[in-house]
Design a protein. Sequence first.
Length: 117
Amino acid sequence: MSASNFAKWHGIERSEIPWGPTIDEDKCVGCGLCVVTCSEKRNVFGFDEKEKKAVVVNPDNCMVGCNNCQVACLWNAISFPSVAGVKDAVRKLMDEGQIKKELELKLGAGYQAITKS
Ligand code: SF4
Ligand code: SF4
């Protein structure tokens, strides 16, 4: 899957959503756990062989709301923006019609039954 597959998040330009990991280089011990924790398809992290540290190379490929790498980092070197701030930003950009379309696709007849009752 190419990076462009993550260009939109439920119809919103992913680059407009302020969500992604930041690595504190002073805390990073270069264990690589974050690199192997994140999905290969997303390819958010790279590894600087010279400095022996993880680096963020594709922040916009980070799945909105995920913080698995932060939880996995035993040295607390990874941080994320505030969830409340991201929700505020997304609320302004959200197109509810897009979500209804996605629900319909996902639930099919089930969705139609819900909306008729
Ligand atoms: S898991 Fe933490 S300490 Fe290990 S490479 Fe990633 S950021 Fe650095
Ligand atoms: S939060 Fe999830 S998707 Fe984002 S970089 Fe970390 S592991 Fe990958």
